[in-house]
Design a protein around this ligand. Structure first.
Ligand code: FRU
Length: 312
C-alpha cells in the first residue's frame, strides 16, 4: 500500500517536473536575412550547434529571403509569439529600424548582428569590425601598389549593399588609409554589387571594357571579389591585377587565396556563437555591453596555410 502511494507521489512529481521544465525553456527567434550565401550558411550552422548545447533553448530561424519586407514580417511574427529574445541579422539599416523598436516596446530584447540598424533602440550589437577590415584592406592595397607615399594604380571598388553599414564602413576604412595617395585613381563610382557574385561579374565586365588598365579590385566580400576575378579571367586580364575580398571563410574566400585567385581576404567572423552566448547571459539576468566587436585578420599568401589548418 505504502509502496503504491510512494510510487504515485513519484509519478506525480515527475509529471509536474516535466510540465514545468517545458515552460522553463527559453524561446529565441532569429531573423536571418538570407540563407543562400555561404557565410550565412556557416553563421546558421554555428548558431544551431551552440543552441543544441542548451536543452532549455528552443531556436527558431526565419529566412528573410533577402527581402526587407519579409524580414519585417518575420520579426513581427516573433513579437506576436512572445519569444524571449529576438536575434536579427538585418538586410539593411533603414527598413528594419522600426520593427526593432516595436519589439523593444513589447518588452522583447533584440540583439542585432552583423549589419547595424539606425539609432540605439536595441539591446546589443555584435559584429565584425568593418572599419578595421577596410583599413587592413587599405594597407594591403598600399603595399601591393608601391607603398606609402608612392602608391600608383587604378582601383575598382565593388560595394556591398548600399543600404547596409558594413559596405559603408569597409569603404570608409579603405579610403582613410589611401586618401593621401596622389597616384591612385578610383575607376568605378559607387557601384552596388549587393554582395552578389553575378552582380560583381557584370560591374567588373563593364569596368574592364571601359578601362584598359586596372591594377587592383577591392570588393566588399569574397563572392563579389571572385565574380570580378571570373570577369577578368574571361577577358584574359586576371594576371594584370590584384583582387581583395572580405570574409575568409575556409571553404570559400580563404581557399580562393590558396589557389591564387584572390590576393588577400580579411576574416569576418560569423556572430552566431557569440550571439547565443550573449542571449543566455541576458536570460540569466546579466547586463549586456551595447557593442561587441569580433576580431579580423589579413589572410594572404603568408598566412593562408596556417589559417586553413586551424579552421578545417
Ligand atoms: C553575407 C554577406 C557577407 C558579408 C556580410 C556583410 O550575406 O554578404 O559576405 O561579409 O554579408 O553584411
Amino acid at each position: 500500500m505504502l509502496n503504491i502511494r510512494i510510487l504515485a507521489t513519484l509519478v506525480t512529481t515527475l509529471l509536474l517536473l516535466i510540465s514545468a521544465s517545458s515552460s522553463w525553456g527559453y524561446r529565441i527567434g532569429f531573423s536571418q536575412v538570407t540563407t543562400t550565401e555561404p557565410w550565412r550558411v556557416l553563421f546558421n550552422k554555428q548558431l544551431r550547434a551552440e543552441a543544441k548545447k542548451h536543452p532549455d533553448i528552443q531556436l527558431y530561424i526565419a529566412d528573410g529571403q533577402d527581402r526587407t519586407e519579409k524580414q519585417v514580417a518575420d520579426v513581427q511574427s516573433f513579437i506576436q509569439q512572445k519569444v524571449d529574445i529576438i536575434l536579427l541579422a538585418p538586410k539593411e539599416s533603414a527598413g528594419l529600424t522600426a520593427v526593432v523598436k516595436e519589439a523593444m516596446a513589447a518588452g522583447i530584447p533584440v540583439i542585432v548582428l552583423d549589419r547595424k540598424i539606425n539609432g540605439d533602440h536595441f539591446t546589443q550589437f555584435i559584429g565584425g569590425n568593418n572599419l578595421e577590415i577596410g583599413r587592413q584592406a587599405g594597407h594591403k592595397a598600399l603595399a601591393l601598389l608601391g607603398g606609402q607615399g608612392n602608391a600608383h594604380g587604378n582601383i575598382v571598388e565593388i560595394w556591398g549593399g548600399m543600404g547596409s553599414t558594413p559596405a559603408h564602413e569597409r569603404h570608409q576604412g579603405f579610403v582613410e588609409v589611401l586618401q593621401n595617395e596622389q597616384g591612385l585613381n578610383w575607376l568605378v563610382d559607387r557601384q552596388d554589387g549587393d554582395w552578389k557574385q553575378d552582380k560583381a561579374y557584370n560591374i567588373m565586365s563593364n569596368a574592364l571594357r571601359a578601362n584598359p588598365k586596372i591594377d587592383l579590385v577591392y570588393a566588399h566580400n569574397d563572392p563579389m571579389a571572385f565574380g570580378a576575378f571570373l570577369a577578368a579571367r574571361d577577358a584574359q586580364r586576371e594576371k594584370d591585377m590584384f583582387f581583395l575580398g572580405v570574409d575568409a571563410i575556409p571553404k570559400e574566400g580563404a581557399l580562393w587565396v590558396k589557389r591564387g585567385f584572390l590576393t588577400a581576404t580579411f576574416v569576418y567572423p560569423a556572430p552566431g556563437i557569440k550571439a547565443l552566448q550573449e542571449a543566455l547571459r541576458l536570460l540569466k539576468g546579466e547586463k549586456l555591453e551595447k557593442y561587441i566587436d569580433l576580431p579580423t585578420q589579413t589572410i594572404d599568401e603568408s598566412t593562408v596555410d596556417a589559417y586553413l589548418k586551424a579552421n578545417r
